[in-house]
Design a protein around this ligand. Structure first.
Ligand SMILES: C[S@@+](CC[C@H](N)C(=O)[O-])C[C@H]1O[C@@H](n2cnc3c(N)ncnc32)[C@H](O)[C@@H]1O
Length: 279
């Protein structure tokens, strides 16, 4: 929004500092040509703090003892929470029809953990839970779904479990009727389905937050790498590969690719979907 940029000004040097700090702490990368997107998203936060320059805001984020709270606001402001139920279902079908049966035929007693690593407001892990429930898996085997996002605001919404029409664009009406109840113009997820998912706030760029979750043999990390630099993706994928057991299955978004970024995973077709496998 020109108003903010004009008011605050963002000299190239300050933009570079702020952009690099955000990249280092979140993995999110704004090229020089995307300067205005970053300024539009951050300007309201800078103004709320009473600053009149981005450089002051940079110093707050980098050095202030209370920067933790401010980083929460930054993450919420930069988070693009575009998601919906039953998105890119070929991968979820491959999970339910091939990977889960394989897991339980090989490790009969062991529980299976599935991690949705940038789940936004929760539609992805709830889709996985619905699909597993429809196939009767929860009655037959111990399966745990963990879902996280770096945006605490997104996870608050996921915990609330109230969804608007946009989230249902691909979900068949009978499934909506089965798993959701209408509530004042929105839809509340059934408590039993909601209880299948454990929610957490975790930043993919912070090793200590990701390492315990990345021990899951199945990771969905979809439609977040499109916002990351190649270097940030490499770091995250390398951590996944060090932590995941074998075989480990990693799903990324249809518009994303790891082919030039890692040799730790084989790219394979499984049950009609593409998946990166750690052997
Ligand atoms: C477009 S949504 C993807 C939602 C879902 N995975 C899907 O495919 O429908 C991208 C999400 O990535 C999250 N995100 C961005 N940077 C992240 C980071 N460093 N760690 C974890 N999540 C991050 C955003 O907060 C946002 O909720």
């Amino acid at each position: 929004m020109p108003f903010y940029t004009d008011t605050l000004g963002l000299p190239d040097s300050a933009f570079g500092l702020l952009r690099d700090l955000i990249h280092e702490r979140t993995g999110l990368f704004y090229e020089n040509g995307k300067c205005d997107i970053l300024t539009d998203k951050l300007s309201p936060l800078v103004i709320e703090r009473g600053f009149n320059s981005f450089l002051d805001y940079y110093y707050l984020l980098k050095y202030d003892a209370q920067a933790g709270d401010e980083w929460r606001r930054v993450m919420d402001a930069l988070s693009v929470q575009e998601t919906y139920f039953w998105r890119e279902m070929d991968q979820v079908r491959a999970l339910v029809e091939v990977i889960v049966p394989q897991h339980f035929s090989t490790f009969r007693a062991g529980p299976l953990r599935i991690w949705s690593a940038a789940c936004a407001t929760g539609e992805e892990p709830l889709t996985i839970a619905m699909a597993l429930n429809e196939a009767g898996w929860f009655d037959r085997a111990p399966i745990e779904i963990v879902a996280s996002d770096a945006s605490a605001g997104a996870i608050d919404k996921a915990r609330r479990g109230l969804y608007r029409e946009r989230s249902f664009r691909s979900l068949a009406p009978p499934l909506r009727a089965k798993y959701f109840t209408e509530e004042r113009g929105a839809w509340r997820v059934a408590p039993a389905l909601q209880a299948r998912v454990k929610w957490a706030v975790a930043n993919l760029a912070v090793e200590a937050e990701v390492a315990p979750l990345a021990t899951a043999p199945v990771i969905f990390c979809r439609n977040v790498f499109i916002y990351f630099s190649a270097d940030s993706i490499r770091k995250v994928v390398s951590l996944f590969s060090r932590r995941m057991p074998t075989p480990g299955h990693l799903f990324i978004g249809a518009a994303e690719s790891l082919l030039r970024l890692t040799t730790d995973f084989d790219f394979q077709e499984v049950g009609g979907a593409f998946v990166y496998i750690k052997h």
